[in-house]
Design a protein around this ligand. Sequence first.
Ligand SMILES: Nc1ncnc2c1ncn2[C@@H]1O[C@H](COP(=O)(O)OP(=O)(O)OP(=O)(O)O)[C@@H](O)[C@H]1O
Length: 275
Amino acid sequence: MSELVIDNVWKEYGDQIVLENVSLTVASRAFVALVGPSGCGKSTFLRMLLGQERTTRGTILLDGEPLPPEPGPDRGVVFQRYSVFPHLTVLGNVLLGKELTAAKYKAKLFGSARGGAIEEARQLIAEVGLSGAEGKYPAQLSGGMQQRLALAQALIMKPKVLLLDEPFGALDPGIRAEIHTLMKRLWHETQMTVVMVTHDMREAFTLATRVVAFERPRDRPEEKQRYGATITKDIAIWPPRRAGEPSHSNPDRDGPVALQGLHRDDPSSSPSGDK
Ligand SMILES: Nc1ncnc2c1ncn2[C@@H]1O[C@H](COP(=O)(O)OP(=O)(O)OP(=O)(O)O)[C@@H](O)[C@H]1O
């Protein structure tokens, strides 16, 4: 399970109220797109889900427990840029999370544990379409390949929640459509809940089960410091999309999604609703 409950969350920086009274329940395995004008606090909200920022007021629960105050393996993240480490190869980037958690002080795995992790990393690299590039460095990859790598890097830790901050915003439209298809397949095949910030409404409606808009209800210059943004729209996509049930008869805009059998943590679990 991976349900998020955000209850009456506020975020202030000094005198500036960025977010006020944000409440949202995100069901396990939902895919929520966050949209809204520039500067309204979408990334700040995502950083609070990640544990990089604290709420000023209110609570965030993951599966009924308060979110750990720091980023952890239960939450993966992909940013528009700089998610991957330039001095590590593709394989090194995907292995890193495993190495850091398994061997905190040396950041290295040995023997069969290393062999197993390498095998898992190679499989994931293949899943995101980067087979053959294991020994390359990020600078030798295109933008689309780097974002595929960033997804693999986040997914190897099997996060409960995947947080995406405009991950495809810098890609050309053709590459973006390809990576949308990949993203949908990964969402269908894993157990994770996804929360994605995007400026692109088409992307939001192509990928998400639900589109949530943040806005400042009052936006006069003299009010900017005193009132924050909050959720003003919450749209469930129709017909409903459900994790694990790609639609073949009515494929989503970027193309049909074929399941390829990525790691399923909990084969016994049945797909849940979207909201
Ligand atoms: N660490 C910080 N200290 C002070 N103010 C901050 C900090 N981080 C963000 N802010 C302010 O919070 C507000 C919201 O910023 P945020 O980046 O979350 O908005 P956004 O909706 O993601 O914008 P964009 O769509 O342009 O990326 C902005 O006014 C920003 O200046």
